[in-house]
Design a binder for this molecule. Sequence first.
Ligand SMILES: CCCCCCCC(=O)SCCNC(=O)CCNC(=O)[C@H](O)C(C)(C)COP(=O)(O)OP(=O)(O)OC[C@H]1O[C@@H](n2cnc3c(N)ncnc32)[C@H](O)[C@@H]1OP(=O)(O)O
Length: 213
Amino acid sequence: MQFILEDIAEAEVERRRGVYTPLTDTVRDLVDAVIRTEVGEDALAVAQRRIAEIVADLRSEQMDGPYGVRHTRENTGMAWGNAVIGVRNALAPPLNVEHVDDGVRCEFTLGAAYEGPPGCVHGGVCAMLLDHLLGNAASYESACYTGTITIRYLRPTRLGALTARAWVTEQTGRKRIARGTISDAEGVTCEAEGVFIVPRSALDAPPVRWSAG
Ligand SMILES: CCCCCCCC(=O)SCCNC(=O)CCNC(=O)[C@H](O)C(C)(C)COP(=O)(O)OP(=O)(O)OC[C@H]1O[C@@H](n2cnc3c(N)ncnc32)[C@H](O)[C@@H]1OP(=O)(O)O
């Protein structure tokens, strides 16, 4: 498991972000459109053929394997394939994580693609987002990995506009305890607590953060 140094300037990171973000946003829109479309079967068949052509175009030049977690010399993270924040991953909501005094927070909207119970967010999606955010809060010096996480679902989380936050409550050696919540307009819907660990194998390596984006 290795982080990849991509030796490019910050301006180049931003330029690439600007290139990929609209593409990923459109694919995300496509996912929502496929779930909710009510066009006829002929139109569906045409759409399928056109999308397959686009997939073939994109596959004409592909990297081997996943994107990886890349970073610049300035330690700007490019976790662009990440399932929660990936700039190039249409499966990611995405979360735009903001660092605040006591940890991290973000505002986001979950639509039809994240449904579990009717009209509500899938419990596994809540767990994934909280896992990421708690891990992000815990990774303030060096990248931490989830050891154990517990989620308490207080009430259903309705699809729509949500807020999440996470913070560290305790640190002992390489081990951090982090907590976090997801909230809607009426308050907290689920909360998490987890143990996050800087792996023993990272001790001799220079500190790399997962970092945002
Ligand atoms: C900004 C982006 C943030 C992204 C966050 C992403 C969050 C993720 O999804 S990470 C992916 C999911 N997690 C994983 O894949 C982790 C897989 N597990 C591992 O790699 C290792 O088992 C790892 C790193 C957790 C611990 O390994 P290692 O460094 O050898 O730990 P080790 O030396 O045995 O133990 C260190 C301490 O942690 C504790 N510990 C070890 N494993 C666990 C665990 N699973 N749960 C709780 N505590 C644990 C030990 O008891 C020990 O505690 P103490 O110091 O009090 O005795």
